[in-house]
Design a binder for this molecule. Sequence first.
Ligand code: FAD
Length: 502
Amino acid sequence: MLGAVRPSRARRSWWLREALATEPDGLARAASPLVGSTTADVVVLGGGYTALWTAWRLTELEPGARIVVVEADICGGGPSGRNGGFATGWWDELPTLIGRHGADGALAIARAIDAAIDEVGEWCAANGVDAWYTKAGALTVSAAPAQDGLGRAAIEACRALAVGDELTEVSADEVRARVASPVFRGGVFMRGAATVQPALLARGLRRALLERGVTIHEGTTAVELDGERPGFLGRVGLAARRAAVGRGGRPVRVRTTSARGGGSVTARAAVVALNAWAAAWPSFGRRLVTWSSYIVLTEPIPDRLAELGWTGGEGVADGRFTLHYLRTTPDGRIALGGGGGRAGFGGRIGPVFTDDLVSAQRAAAGLRRLFPSLHDVRIEDAWGGPIDITSDHLPVFASIPGRPIHYAHGYSGNGVAPSVLGGRILAALALERRDDPALALPLVGVLPRAFPPEPLGYVGARVVREAIVRTELAEERGERGSRLLREVSRLPRRLGYRLGPE
Ligand SMILES: Cc1cc2nc3c(=O)[nH]c(=O)nc-3n(C[C@H](O)[C@H](O)[C@H](O)COP(=O)(O)OP(=O)(O)OC[C@H]3O[C@@H](n4cnc5c(N)ncnc54)[C@H](O)[C@@H]3O)c2cc1C
């Protein structure tokens, strides 16, 4: 089904290859690995959106601040350069947000995410970054009878809070007028959503930061933060070091390694923006599970898109928990992701996240099911990446108690827009700007429930995920699926996690 296409870590995503091809050579050299010791006001770990938006915001809040970013690969080499490019609002999360933070808190958060979507477009325009920002809204559609009624609670919640325009019900006919798939039924439309070319955004941020004098070290892996190391025994020595010094006293030290040797950064504050890789660090691992997601990309088929009526640029997702998300490109391709990846173990981000042909084939099968008329269309690329999921399916923006170490992760597959807000929050925390409006949002500092320790977490995630995938496939065939698998799919909800089908 994928032909000769094989997802592989050795090859960058199509998005990133395209973005890198536009860069002059000198720009690549501008971010050489760290060698030796250096100091900074703020050291940022990671080089994806969270890190880069944080660094950007730091330059806005304190133009003279010395900021050092350390990225193991290249900026955008991780999910920020390989995602679906959906910048989606949180209006569909409104019932959960109301339950957690009340109506006012929920509204403030959902509006902040919408503002983040707009900020991406405004930032690109102001900084000469053409990341294909297209604000055409997003459809979530039922693609099987079992998915009917999706989003109803969220639509009701929006109406009750007088923001009914943000999320509206659309009939099957209206859906098909926008995207003619024979399996699409009714759905919901979120008007404020946008799409981007993800890698052009990540690399554009990197270029703008270098121009602002931020120091970026690519090919530089953080191996120790304030005495903590990733891996099973990573906490050795940590508790004692933390207990010894209170807030504001001792600076934070990050040890690094690169092909050129070891290094270290000593800073007033550290920002951890490692996304799925944070799952390997003892301070964060218990609140994250990792899962792979794969995207397939077709050859350019602008005429076929016109036949489907899909020319408006809107993003589309189906109503599975292991959702398919699909969008078009300016040259008339379809990029479709999801369809059920695999769990990672113990925070290790290995080949299962990048080289898994079966998961890529599942995504390709999703494309064929949603658009049988495209059976002859060639798939030109496939790639995967890790998604870090929290127990309530919402990201965490928080600090390590008693230390100037701040972090954001757990975007649960929806980080393009929230990472902009994450950058605002982390920069304000790092500079101790307590009156910054971003810190007034009630989600700051809220920690999700921990997952069971390994290997229980891995085994549980794997078994439940497989049960969900099989049940949803059966439902798409018009069957109910096995009762046992349905029960297993619902296990996380029964245990109090906001994951899996209701
Ligand atoms: C296939 C796929 C599709 C997705 N689609 C969407 C979508 O359509 N819309 C959406 O909103 N979200 C989507 N997401 C999620 C989104 O990509 C992420 O939430 C977002 O990119 C997170 O940004 P980040 O900067 O926090 O993390 P990342 O982009 O993952 O950056 C973390 C970086 O840390 C680096 N790193 C790791 N360990 C170290 C270390 N020890 N030292 C230094 N650096 C280190 C990594 O190399 C990586 O570059 C998708 C994700 C995937 C994988």
